[in-house]
Design a protein around this ligand. Structure first.
Ligand code: NIG
Ligand code: FE
Length: 414
């Protein structure tokens, strides 16, 4: 079996492909009457169903009958905080009784309460806590996920988180893009000396962890209750000098202008952006920066200020959609729920939402030439759905229409 691996080709027949870029796709983005050819990890052809049968020795072809099911690119969750310990349900209860997210932060709760629990946990404990969260996303067709640090906030605990991410990557059929978010909050021991903490992040953790190839991009929470625009500038300048791609939690609770700054550094994405303004969007227009919308955090914080969707559309900014899975503002490990809420709360169209968890999410992770599109030369990372229309992927919650994932050319149970 292993001997024939390089030669053998999988030919997926009787499938329908969500390939909205394809000239023959219908108005919902579906391409009919085509077969997909996969060799090893890669897609090598998307061809008309009558074509190409003569081209290969039939012994080298494995046929897979998809029975009219819908195939999308494997979904990409491009913004999560999946590795953490502890429980913030009691804070939610406080909020349900009238407290605000900011007031809880000021009392020492919020991110710092998760930091305490995460610091106290071993690598093995963190791994075991993270696994069911990862499983739940994989079970909904996710084949690539971004995971941020940011609940350690000291050298050893951030390193521990990065090691857990690496372990998750090594043991599971999912592609993980780690992001360093040392600038998530100021830890208690530096509460009166924020700039010394930032020095530690910028001068020590950032170069050390990047040299050890433990992360791919750097993030910062730019907000009145976290880091300022000047802090972000310091971080980005250092990251830029080391060739590290940047992104930010920007304009989530107020407008600070971090998005424009990210754009000036040609950053990968600005995330949340409820308070984004047109002047920021104009800066993003030529930078390739993706606007990542996080409808679960919007919902869970009972935010009422909508991100400027029409302006993003008008200026043709690529829009990604992600879970933001985290214990404080989005404790839901469900990309389908995020997609559903992007539709209901943000009025995105099904096509925009599907692009938001595939091609545009790939762009936000600097992977736009390898994943997110069903096309030759892309990785064969796919999700197979028992649905008629694409919108059904996130229509009926409580019933999961995922049949199988294909990860790097291999069929996976989930
Ligand atoms: O994306 N905004 C900052 N970070 C997270 C929340 C983290 C937390 O509350 O633990 C977010 O919403
Ligand atoms: Fe986040």
């Amino acid at each position: 079996m292993t001997q024939s691996k390089n030669l053998s080709i999988k030919r997926l027949i009787n499938g329908r492909y969500w390939a909205s870029h394809h000239p023959l796709a219908d108005k919902t983005g579906i391409l009919h009457a085509h077969d997909l050819l996969i060799q090893n990890e890669q897609i090598i052809g998307l061809i008309a169903k009558d074509e190409g049968h003569y081209a290969f020795n039939s012994n080298d072809i494995e046929y897979h009958d998809l029975k009219n099911m819908l195939v999308t690119p494997g979904l990409i969750d491009c913004h999560t905080h999946l590795v953490f310990a502890g429980n913030r349900a009691y804070e939610w209860e406080k909020r349900l009784n009238g407290a605000t997210y900011e007031s809880i932060v000021k009392e020492g709760g919020g991110i710092l309460s998760t930091v305490r629990a995460t610091r106290e946990s071993s690598e093995a404990e963190l791994y075991n806590l993270s696994l069911p969260r990862l499983d739940s996303l994989m079970n909904e067709g996710v084949t690539t996920i971004e995971i941020k640090t940011g609940y350690g906030l000291d050298y050893d605990s951030e390193l521990k988180t990065l090691k857990v991410i690496k372990e998750l990557q090594n043991k599971h059929s999912i592609d993980i893009s780690p992001t360093f978010l040392g600038a998530h909050a100021v830890p208690n021991e530096f509460i009166h000396n924020k700039s010394a903490y930032l020095d530690l992040v910028i001068d020590k953790m950032l170069p050390d962890f990047f040299t050890a190839r433990l992360f791919e991009a750097v993030d910062i929470f730019c907000e009145k209750i976290a880091f300022s625009l000047d802090d972000a500038k310091r971080l980005f300048e250092k990251a830029h000098s080391l060739g590290i791609p940047i992104k930010a939690h920007a304009e989530q609770l107020s407008h600070l202008g971090a998005s424009g700054l990210v754009a000036k550094f040609k950053g990968l994405s600005v995330d949340h952006i409820e308070y984004l303004e047109e002047s920021d969007i104009l800066l993003m227009k030529n930078s390739g920066t993706v606007a990542t919308l996080l409808p679960l955090a919007f919902y869970f914080l009972k935010e009422t200020k909508l991100p400027p969707i029409d302006l993003l559309r008008r200026h043709k900014i690529p829009i990604a959609v992600s879970t933001d899975f985290n214990p404080g503002t989005a404790p839901m490990a469900s990309i389908r729920l995020a997609m559903n809420m992007a539709a209901v709360q943000f009025n995105l169209t099904p096509k925009e939402i599907l692009k938001g968890v595939t091609v545009n999410a790939a762009k936000a992770l600097n992977r736009s030439t390898s994943i997110g599109v069903i096309s030759p030369n892309y990785l064969a990372n796919l999700a197979i759905w028992a649905v008629d229309q694409p919108v059904e992927i996130f229509y009926e919650l409580g019933k999961n229409p995922l049949v199988q994932r294909i990860y790097k050319g291999e069929f996976r149970k989930h």
